[in-house]
Design a protein around this ligand. Structure first.
Ligand code: FE
Ligand code: FE
Ligand code: ZN
Length: 432
């Protein structure tokens, strides 16, 4: 299914963990899973957002439906755990007469029983339209569920925002998107928002209908939905289309969204996608890719444009082993196919006091390029720690005037997980 999405032009996708109308699961083939994990890493797919079946209703008034739903939820969570670091989204449920409060309690009970502190999947509650007795039609209801869940699994729990659903629920994202997102932040906290279902709606705001429409063909409209796509607070999140389309329709919609959303350009994606990768596949990195990475490094700004850098590219296995012992934090370099060592001139630069800043930017540029090439790396600090610098200097036989700045192992990633959202508004101080 990953390849299929690639053809359509996307870099994430949703899928049902089984037939969306419920039913039995197929056994999963380990080789299939390995192949898919590999494809997701190599093609730089963002976090996937699996969808639990619609037939699941954790808080039904009928005990047998509750039992069935809990079993399905637990099985599907176990299945998605085979694709580490992705999301499983579900509709909180319809209380069918039990009342909202009781429903919220039952949903939270299942989460408490099911989630594990060591799981890698993030479970997402979807915002709902408020059709019938649906729970999750207000941000407050979702927050009430989250609040009843154990502290030690909170980090594996978040929210998926469906544009059609919140519009139908009465949140006016056409006239006041900022207000709606601020409200989300106040009630739930924007850091709990992991994914967006991007849909237009066949019905007006507050209709509680839940009928999806193609982007631009419904009551929300293209302009408002593009503001969602480009909203700064939502950058780097997976956007999933659930519009009534066939493959050609999706292809056209993905192309349209990309074209109209300049912020979702490659560099921005890498800023949000980049993570520290410490495990690599046993596969060489092509020379052209190394050169791209070094080009990005040398494109960095520096004090007085002094460009204090040079780069050692180490592929000799023996040397890599020795480098991995140069700092107690560098062990992971040992299994990398290549280690780039940015070094800097001690003398002969105009602003020696600014050299470490210059090198840091070059390092970050290299790291972003590494990510955008489908590779992974990690910045292992060497300067300004004297014994680490001395160790690297010896291994590489550096001339007197050059000092090692860092070790940057690079390779095809053998691990993945979503980048954390590190935005923290309390750290911003407006002085006006
Ligand atoms: Fe859904
Ligand atoms: Fe949805
Ligand atoms: Zn829907």
């Amino acid at each position: 299914m990953g390849l299929h999405e690639k053809v359509l032009g996307g870099n994430t996708f949703a899928f049902f963990t089984r037939n969306p109308r419920g039913g039995k699961t197929k056994d999963i083939d380990r080789a299939d899973i390995d192949a898919l994990n590999k494809l997701l890493r190599n093609e730089k797919f963002g976090p996937l957002v699996a969808h639990a079946p619609y037939t699941m209703n954790l808080c039904s008034s009928k005990p047998e439906i509750r039992e069935y739903s809990k079993r399905v939820f637990q099985e599907d969570l176990a299945r998605i755990e085979m694709l580490p670091g992705n999301c499983l989204n579900f509709h909180p449920g319809s209380h069918t007469g039990l009342g909202t409060e009781k429903g919220i309690e039952i949903i939270a009970d299942v989460l408490n029983e099911t989630l594990r502190p060591d799981q890698s999947t993030t479970v997402l509650l979807e915002t709902m339209a408020g059709k019938g007795t649906e729970i999750g039609k207000t941000f407050g209801e979702l927050k009430a569920i989250l609040d009843l869940v154990r502290a030690d699994v909170q980090c594996h729990l978040g929210v998926c925002l469906d544009t059609c659903h919140i519009w139908d629920a009465g949140y006016d994202i056409v006239n006041d998107l900022d207000g709606v997102l601020n409200h989300f932040d106040e009630v739930i906290g924007i850091e709990r928002l992991y994914a967006v279902h991007l849909n237009d709606s066949k019905n007006p705001c507050g209709s509680h209908k839940d009928r999806h429409e193609k982007i631009g063909k419904g009551c929300i409209g293209k302009e408002a939905l593009m503001k969602v796509v480009t909203h700064p607070v939502l950058q780097g999140k997976p956007f999933i289309l659930e519009t009534p389309n066939d493959d050609d329709g999706y292809k056209a919609e993905i192309a349209m969204v990309k074209e109209d959303a300049p912020r979702s350009k490659e560099a921005m994606n890498s800023i949000y996608h980049r993570i520290s990768v410490r495990k690599y596949e046993d596969k060489a990195v092509e020379k052209e890719k190394i050169m791209e990475i070094l080009k990005a490094g040398m494109q960095a700004p520096s004090a007085g444009n002094q460009q204090p850098w040079e780069f050692y590219v180490v592929t000799d296995k023996n040397k890599i082993q020795q480098l991995s012992k140069c700092s107690s934090y560098a062990g992971c370099a040992a299994n990398a196919p290549v280690v780039i060592v940015p070094v800097y001139k001690k003398e002969g630069v105009r602003f020696p006091g600014m050299v470490l800043e210059d090198m840091s930017i070059a390092q970050e540029n290299m790291w972003l390029m590494t990510d955008s090439l489908g590779l992974g790396g990690v910045w292992l600090g060497i300067a300004p720690v004297p014994d680490r610098m001395e160790n690297v200097k010896k291994v590489l036989n550096l001339p007197d005037n050059l000092e090692a700045f860092s070790l940057f192992p690079v390779g095809y990633p053998a691990e993945s997980r979503p980048q954390q959202d590190r935005f923290d508004e309390s750290r911003i101080h407006f002085v006006q």
